[in-house]
Design a protein around this ligand. Sequence first.
Ligand code: PLP
Length: 358
Amino acid sequence: VWNFSAGPAALPLPVLERAQRELLDWNGSGASVMEQSHRGKRFMAMAAQVEADLRELMGIPGDYAVLFEQGGATQHFAQIPMNLAGEGDSADYIVTGHWSEKAASEAASYVRVNVAANSKADSYLRMPPRDTWKLDASAAYVHIATNETIHGVEFQDVPDVGDVPLVADMSSDILSGPIDVRRFGLIYAGAQKNIGPSGLVLMIVRRDLLERKGRPMARIFRYAEHAANDSMLNTPNTWGWYLAGLTFQWLREGGGLLAMAERNREKASLLYASIDSSGGFYRNPIEPAARSRMNVPFTLHDNALDALFLQESEAAGLLALKGHKALGGMRASLYNAVPMEAVQALVAFMRDFASRHG
Ligand code: PLP
């Protein structure tokens, strides 16, 4: 079967197979990785290797810390302003869909939120043009979500926001292609799409931002403490950390992020072309220049066919195509672990379904 889940999403098959092989006896220890002390020699060595692999994959410079956090991306919607904004500070939020809107509303408990651009009035079908953004040069940071998992829009380029640190929620497109980490002050991503299991949040943060005082808060919320303690201020998500490491190795062995970007572009192009050439049977309303490579929402010309489409697609081994309840219709998520073969199978099914019900 092929799994098009938006998240938690499919993991690369070789990663799952290796985890299965190692489940009961990891690294010659005679026990599972889940049963090891995070402070033990074996786990510490693995953690260092995972970070080194990620640094190499993404080209993360030495003046950026890599953190393996918990709490889901949602917790960090709140924790980021706690850390980066002091009393009375404001932060700019670019709202381009459900997740960036939620990031702004959660942040509002800890920082004065300035929504500097918002495409809600456009039903999030396109990105707010950069020249309409009302950025504030004295903002503590500018926040974007690089890819909107529900609305299916994605930034194609990193926006220029001047000297204010750019903070990016990359939960649903991290590792989908190379990025210039230096363009960002802080990158964060829930693991459950392109990294590993839920319950782990990867964070890449420029070290000078760790020195910001932020608000008074308990140590456990302070990123600087997490960095100073190698993400082991308390017991980390050891299982998630291990699986993330297997995914990073899989990416490296597959040719790195450039090769992945090429595959992702081909996959998304095939699906969008098939939707656009269906004579209106299927429809994706997003402006082509803003379309996500990772999440492709689409509708059928007659929603009375939705239930049948889902039933038949599942029977054909194409899983989790039901759209998010906010939009209805369908959504195919094409994360790194979804191979071209899966998209070819989906497109063939869609063509056949349309020919029988058009
Ligand atoms: N940001 C984006 C872009 C997402 O797709 C999601 C959903 O998984 C979240 C944030 C929320 O993540 P979590 O459920 O890990 O809090």
